[in-house]
Every structure is written in structure tokens, then in C-alpha cells.
Design a protein around this ligand. Sequence first.
Ligand code: RFL
Ligand code: PHB
Length: 390
Amino acid sequence: MRTPVGIVGAGPAGLMLSHLLHRQGIDSVIVETRTRDAIEATIRAGVLEQGTVDLMVATGVGERLQREGFPHHGFELRVDGVGHRIDLHGLTGGRHVTVYPQHEVLKDLIAARLADGARIVFGASDVSLHDVEAAPKIRFTDAEGRSQVLDCDLVAGCDGSHGICRQAIPESVRREYLRIYPFGWFGILAEAPPSAEELIYARSERGFALISTRSPTVQRMYFQCDPNDRVDNWSDDRIWSELQARVKGDGFALREGAIFQKGIIPMRSFVCEPMQHGRLFIAGDAAHTVPPTGAKGLNLAVADVVVLARAVADLIQRNDAAGVEAYSATAVRRVWRAQHFSWWFTAMMHRFDEVGPFDARRQRAELDMILQSPTAARLLAENYVGQPLT
Ligand code: RFL
Ligand code: PHB
């Protein structure tokens, strides 16, 4: 098999890249370890920036998103039981975010790619990269057990934080920046009506909680937990009482319901630089991870591949290598901006057990600044809605 662009991973980065390349007349093949059913059933992100939504609409994959997504013009910052609205629309000159689950984005992209005749190899195993400096190859075993070799002009590593592509950048040139947080998020899905019209980011003495939504009948909620805790330690009753304790105040209470999914998510900030080596380009979670507090991960993956798709088109169609040569430097600027924001919002909203009383008071003063100063609130709002895509 041969393709101009071999893509490893059918997540938001890989699928969107393949879609954008196709719109510019460039063929690609995606090699993915999971099955289509597994991908379309995995619950992850929920918040799309305006730039992501606009891109999906402009490139013909936003029809269901426009119909079924929920625009959110603000969110609540709840501090020690008192709610304060962050007016995203007012603070950013009319911008907002849209709640539309990641797996729905993936369903739309997969359907569009297959309708356009794309080759997506689902259920591959033993995926490996070879000769990325000169003549890249992706080797894998397909779902029928046959060994395959895919010769490519370029390879896009879009295989997420646990993928293999990053390791193909030699250690001598690869620099990794990592921060591990001393907590994780316990996430649930529950069959319940929404408790509020907008998302709630809550800071309390007991720690952080996030009240998000998936639909009028399914709600997504998280609370800060010990990253080494076990899901079995948490009965439904215990989960609800912990969540209620973290948001209670001014008469507010969550509407409870049957919990049908539970999981613990570790929290880390990570960047790998450079995001390219030879003919390999890494994008999305393969190159960087943000803690989910700022809701940036999926949006950053999309922003990376917008830069990459344009650069690849310039190279293949105009023999202009300037874009691909600058890919890492271009993409990483936005990545670090989002890293800073995600770290800042995380640091402000979570309980850090190991910090002393000075830092606890300083953290509260920082939140007070957001609540009292429109200038400070605008900084939060502008970063949350995200920078426009270039
Ligand atoms: P993905 O989605 O991980 O996709 C990578 C794909 O590569 C496949 N793969 C391989 N394929 C072939 N060979 C291999 N060796 C392979 N190894 C892996 C995998 O099976 C997978 O299909 O990476 P991508 O495309 O970079 O997309 C990144 C986003 O998925 C991620 O950043 C977001 O989910 C992060 N995130 C959020 N982002 C937002 O923008 N807004 C949010 O509200 C938001 N909330 C979240 C989140 C992530 C969460 N978790 C579970 C970490 C909430 C949570 C709880
Ligand atoms: C979600 O709905 O899963 C979600 C929303 C906002 C975040 C993170 C996750 O910041």
C-alpha cells in the first residue's frame, strides 16, 4: 500500500487531518488500533471552542453539531457555595462555546470520511513506524491478521498520549516537559435532568467539582479525587453526597439519578518538542496533554491539524516546504498558551493538600480577583473560549 500521508490514530486529530487534506485534494490512509464501535462509544471531551465549531461547519461536518449542540454563553464559578456567573458572551465580545460530545464529533468525521471514500484501517495491531527520516513506512497487522506495510511520503502521528509515534523522534532531539498533579478527577455519567443551564466549576474546602452535561437526560460530573483511589471505593450514595457537599450553598442542590459510568482520570500537563522529525509530524495528545479543567485538549488537537493540513498541502501541491518546516514552531505557540491557561485554571480551582496556609489564602485571593475585577474575569473568559484558528 502507498499513500501521500499515512495517519496513525483515528481520534479528533487524525480524522480531522484526513478530512482537511481530502478537501484540498490530498489522499491519506488512517491506521487505528481500535474498532469503529469502540471509538464511537468512548466518552471523553464535551466542550468545543467557537473555532472548532466554525471549522466543522465550514468544512461540511457540522450539520448535526449545529442541530444538536448546545451553545453555552457563560458558566458558573462556584466558590465556597456561592455562585458567580462568568459571562463568556459579554466578556469576549460575543463569543461562546458549544457542548457537543467528542464521540459525536468522531461519528460525524468517520461518517464523512467513509462517505468520501477514505481508507481507514480499524482494529490494526502491532503498529510500528520505520525510516521516518527518509522513506517512512507504517507496518501493522490488519484486523484479519495479515501483515501490511504502508509506504508514505509523510506520516502524521495522531495516536494520542499513549501512542507510539512520539517515540520515533530520537531521544537526542526530543525534549519532554511534564507536570503530574497530586490529584485526579472522578468522572460519572448519570441519567438525570440538568441541575443548571450552564456548566458549574466549583471550588470548595473539600476540593474541586465540575457539573457538565451531555443531553437533557444525561449529565456528566467530575470531582477531584486521589489519583490512586479505586472506583470500587465509591458507592453511588457516596458519590452523590461528595458532589452535593462540594456545590452546596445558596439553596442549590444537584438533581441525582442512576449512575451508569464511573472512572478515575489522572491529571497531567505535558508537551513534547519538537512536534516533528524528518517526515514525521505529531499532533494532538500525541504531542501534548492538558488537564481537562480548561476543556482545551480536543480543541488543541484540531488547531494542530489545521496548521499541519495547510503545510502539507503547500508541500505536496506547490513544493513549498516553509509550512512543514515551521510546523512545530507554529503549533507549539498555541500549545503553550493553552498549557498555561489549563495549569492556571486547575491551580486556582483545586485543593492542594501539600501547600501551606499562605498558598491557600493566596489561591483564594486569586479567585476573588476574578470575581471582583471584570479585567481579570475577561482573561479567564477569553482563554476559555479560545483563540481563533488561524
Ligand atoms: P485521541 O483522542 O487519544 O486519539 C488517538 C487515537 O489513536 C489510537 N491509537 C493508535 N492507533 C494506531 N496505532 C497505535 N499504536 C495507536 N495508539 C493509539 C487510539 O485508539 C485513538 O483512537 O487523541 P487526539 O486525536 O489527539 O485527540 C485528543 C482528545 O481526545 C483529548 O485531548 C480530549 O479528549 C481531552 N479532553 C477535553 N478536550 C476538550 O477540548 N474539551 C473537553 O471538554 C475535554 N474534556 C478531555 C475531557 C479528556 C478527558 N479524558 C478522558 C482524558 C474530559 C476527559 C475526562
Ligand atoms: C465534559 O463535559 O466532559 C467537560 C466539560 C468541561 C471541562 C472538562 C470536561 O472543562
